[in-house]
Design a protein around this ligand. Structure first.
Ligand code: ZN
Length: 241
């Protein structure tokens, strides 16, 4: 079974379309989306509609919770809050209804899927370091947990450190070990590589591959500015941070 894993699209339609072109070539059996379809970016309705059509499993992220009023926007950064409030104004009733039904975690293909962390997912904590990850392995019984939220690709092995994920050297997971895997962000990468990021998992070969795709960042930047969203949200796309 070949699975495509995407996360943190953040209403970036150009990045999303660019990865879909590659996904069409990969022809995966299933597409899993780990949340934050909206927030920050200028095309929330378009991105939610594509997710509805194309994705097999879809989770809620903290930006969906912010837009729905389930998480207090005072806990967000100012730029995130402004973008969430703008998203609330423009989002269609059908897309609100879709977002309300999304779970925060699930088990699919024998893997645990969540936007933030396996333990207390609605606290929206982050997994950045091997220590952050070490606290989370007790939160799932499966051998693999896929998560997003930090926008930084990483793979953590239980009892070990961080393994590198890359396009040229796919990672082969060891039998009998537990892993927490973040495949990065489609629409707002923060690992100083501005290209859109997603992952491909081959469940038979136990292979995880990160894929990076260039897209027209300037088009998205112009839309962010034209919609009156914070300038910083346009600038950060160029540096991938
Ligand atoms: Zn996010």
């Amino acid at each position: 079974m070949r699975l495509v894993v995407i996360s943190d699209i953040h209403a970036n339609l150009e990045a999303f379309r660019a990865i879909l072109t590659r996904i069409d070539e990969i022809k995966p059996d299933r597409i899993l989306c780990l949340g934050d379809i909206v927030g920050y970016g200028p095309n929330p309705n378009e991105c939610v509609e594509i997710v509805k059509k194309r994705v097999d499993v879809s989770l809620s992220g903290n930006h969906e919770y912010g837009v729905l009023g389930r998480t207090d926007l005072r806990t967000f950064s100012e730029n995130a809050r402004i973008a969430c409030e703008w998203t609330r104004e423009v989002l269609s009733e059908e897309n609100f209804a879709y977002m309300r039904e999304l779970p925060v975690s699930c088990v699919d293909e024998g893997m645990f899927l969540v936007h933030s962390t396996p333990l207390n997912p609605e606290r929206w904590n982050y997994v950045f370091t091997a220590r952050d990850a070490s606290l989370q392995f007790s939160g799932f019984g499966e051998s693999i947990c896929l998560l997003g939220h930090s926008h930084v690709p990483a793979c953590f092995e239980e009892g070990g450190g961080i393994c590198t994920l890359s396009e040229s050297n796919p990672l082969y997971l060891k039998e009998g070990r537990k892993y927490i895997i973040n495949i990065g962000s489609v629409g707002q990468p923060r690992d100083y590589d501005p290209r859109a990021s997603f992952g491909v998992i081959d469940t038979e070969e136990k292979k995880v591959q990160l894929i990076r795709i260039s897209y027209e960042i300037e088009v998205v930047q112009r839309k962010i500015i034209n919609r009156g969203l914070p300038l910083f949200l346009a600038e950060r796309l160029k540096i991938g941070a």
